[in-house]
Design a protein around this ligand. Sequence first.
Ligand code: ACO
Length: 426
Amino acid sequence: MTATISVNGSSADYPVHAGSVGPEVIDIRKLYGNTGRFTYDPGFTSTASCESKITYIDGDQGVLLHRGYPIEQLAEQSSFLEVAYLLLNGDLPNQQEHDEFKYLITRHTMVHEQLATFYRGFRRDAHPMAIMCGVVGALSAFYHDSTDIHDPKQRTIACHRLIAKMPTIAAMAYKYSVGQPFLYPDNSLSYTGNFLRMTFGVPAEPYVINPVVEDALDKIFILHADHEQNASTSTVRLAGSSGANPFACIAAGIACLWGPAHGGANEAALEMLREIGRPERIPEYVARAKNKDDPFRLMGFGHRVYKNYDPRAKVLGAAATKVLDTLGISDPVLDTARELERVALSDDYFIEKKLYPNVDFYSGIILSAIGFPTSMFTALFALARTTGWIAQWTEMMEDQDQKIGRPRQLYTGHGPRDYVPLAQRG
Ligand code: ACO
């Protein structure tokens, strides 16, 4: 199939590629050569930047598939480490592959001892994401033997290192902020159990893992593992397209994730719910969200791709009740969240604009119940998303069609003009 694009009466045909599921794409790579025109798509709302086999989203139906598997099934039946294997390798592992992968990841959980001194350069009140940006970027200075992007073996080692070390790095960021000693990883624990211990354990006594908490956090990690070509993943791909090493690319992804319109929304959503405080104040905040002159938005609501309920928010809404019940926590924030969801979803503004709760709406309530400060929320997102970033980066590196990413622009500045010496300027 082709699509005909006509510019000033001159037409040309462009190939239309079909994906395995989802909309077809018009291949406009020859458009500029044929017409001397670029396409204009700020925010990439109609632009596919790459071909990928990893994750599929149907935003209208609220469907999210990783390598074909629905996210609900993975969240219910799989583990984060298995999902990491799936994203990286394309299929679920058999028992032997699973055990080998677990062994490989656990062999990389420690960080270079000198990296600990790196933390001490940060102020105690540094945001964990500021630390994560710096420390993850610095890994390229510590692991020279996995920065040759043209060597597939080194690429694989870098992937394993990043997945394995992120919990250690995130837990150290937390420990540093509260002034407690860093804990070394315990490889006898699960990926998530080990992270919980490194975060909340202390050297003075054994740490007992609550299986409900471990399970809930593992679910959160699964739900955040990948999400197609979102802003941070596209940042990782763009950074990688220039040939930058994987540690630097993931640091770029972390920087992008930090923003409140993206990964920073889970922190902002819980802060908003706390500020609302009680269900009676909801109408005031809903009115603000609808007011064009007020920059306030309902955090944890709306999504560029989902125009239906985010399937991840559904899983987390149920998990929030379970975790709070099991831990015996009665948090009014959960009641406020449920009521806000009810009010918003029956309000014409939100219905018309198809604004539903997204993954960030309930995750903060669970993370807070587990004991994480809000400043750690986005760091946890980064920990989990590293798996998706690195799988997408690997896919790009193996793509023969891969080119440096270089968008063009609609220039609206001055035309050519002559330099005027300082003394002659009015
Ligand atoms: N509250 C109130 N109004 C909203 C909200 C919201 N949360 N989200 C979007 N809208 C409105 C906009 O004002 C806009 O209205 P208009 O058409 O009258 O101008 C319309 O809905 C479309 O919004 P856009 O910003 O154009 O949509 P976009 O796809 O660019 O933005 C985004 C998506 C950034 C997620 C947006 O919905 C938002 O800011 N949400 C709050 C932050 C958030 O929760 N981010 C997390 C996203 S999930 C993730 O990154 C893991």
